[in-house]
Design a protein around this ligand. Structure first.
Ligand SMILES: [Cu+2]
Length: 66
């Protein structure tokens, strides 16, 4: 299983972290998603389309910057 790492802007607290994790977990092909607030990074397991991840994060109100 592969991993995708996303750098995400705009997350400030645990609520943001949960919102992003939930959004990522709702994307087709995602087996799991973990956000590291300090690193401003999400690690997504599975084989989703990267564009779908970026879109889901955007819909949740945050921005993928890398
Ligand atoms: Cu927050």
């Amino acid at each position: 299983m592969s991993e995708t790492i996303l750098k995400i802007e705009g997350m400030t607290c645990n609520h943001c972290k949960m919102a992003v994790e939930k959004a990522l977990q709702g994307v087709a092909g995602v087996a799991g998603a973990k956000v590291d607030l300090d690193k401003k990074e999400a690690v997504v397991a599975g084989s989703p389309e990267r564009a779908a991840l970026v879109q889901a994060v955007g819909k949740a109100g945050f921005k993928v910057v890398d």
